[in-house]
Design a binder for this molecule. Structure first.
Ligand code: ARG
Length: 274
């Protein structure tokens, strides 16, 4: 049974502007946010996932976005490991030790990259190919090129290749908004989010590249979760539905409107455990 780790939204709020979605134009409805998070959990369970949670911490308003604080993996011969993030925003950086402790208590090896003035934001910018054969690593808005280089060097010691990708659209400030692996051959991408070189790399590694429109990407339709034959996403269009059907996936739409006010949706709210 696939396991995922989530953080309840007890202290979730929008208090500053870390990305272009965080306009503060409409206040977070906390009751609605809780209901939406509960629905995400039940849909994940109905899709065959086992849910673990980490204790939320007061004043860490973005901690609900559990995809960002560490990168997690497992490699034959090396076991399970995490790479702690260095988050650009101070309030988010304070989330990292809580996640590192959670994983340390469960015997994950902690690989500290000594990032210094470089940044790396976990699975916001670092995505596994589904078969574990490589990692896609984006930089440009949050993670830095230097951060991705240090990450690559550490992964290469374990024999895991890393594909660097430059991001260019501020509305796709994290890779998980513009790349969504559907299976080992197919991925959803939003081409407008990438440099020309990054686009070439993506086409090299995915036999079937399905293109999202700007509207689909900016409404987090590429920030979905693939689980148990479902594609869990906040909205659906006929074109995306067609792509999913062709890949044998069933769309499941859930409301994440409150979390979108903070610039995140389904994928951002969980970390898949190896
Ligand atoms: N407000 C959060 C931030 O800007 C949202 C993070 C969304 N997470 C993600 N994996 N894209 O840091």
């Amino acid at each position: 049974m696939p396991k995922v780790l989530l953080c309840p939204p007890d202290y979730f709020d929008v208090v500053d502007q870390k990305n272009p979605y965080m306009t503060g134009n409409s206040a977070v409805d906390h009751v609605k946010a809780r209901k939406q998070w509960d629905t995400l959990c039940s849909v994940l369970q109905q899709s065959g996932c086992e849910i673990e949670t980490i204790e939320p911490v007061a004043a860490l308003e973005d901690m609900v976005f559990a995809a960002n604080q560490v990168f997690v993996g497992a490699k034959d011969g090396c076991g399970k490991f995490v790479v702690p993030s260095h988050m650009v925003y101070a309030s988010r950086e304070r989330e990292v030790p809580y996640f590192v402790d959670w994983f340390r208590q469960r015997d994950y090896q902690v690989i500290d990259l000594k990032l210094g003035s470089d940044y790396l934001e976990g699975h916001g910018d670092l995505l596994w190919h589904p078969d574990g054969s490589r990692i896609y690593a984006a930089y440009g808005f949050r993670s830095t090129r230097g951060g991705v280089e240090k990450f690559s060097a550490a992964m290469s010691k374990m024999g895991i290749p890393v594909v660097p990708l430059e991001l260019v659209d501020p509305y796709c400030y994290h890779l998980d908004t513009c790349l969504c692996p559907l299976n080992n051959e197919a991925a959803l991408i939003f081409p407008g989010a990438y440099s020309a070189q990054a686009l070439t790399s993506l086409h090299k590694f995915w036999p079937r590249v399905h293109l999202l429109t700007a509207d689909e990407a900016h409404r987090f339709m590429g920030n979905g979760i693939v689980a148990g034959g479902n594609y869990i996403a906040p909205y659906m269009t006929p074109q995306l539905e067609g792509i999913l059907k062709g890949e044998g996936l069933t769309p499941v739409v859930i409301d994440t409107s409150e979390f979108e006010k903070a610039g995140g949706s389904c994928f951002c709210m969980k970390i898949a455990l190896p």
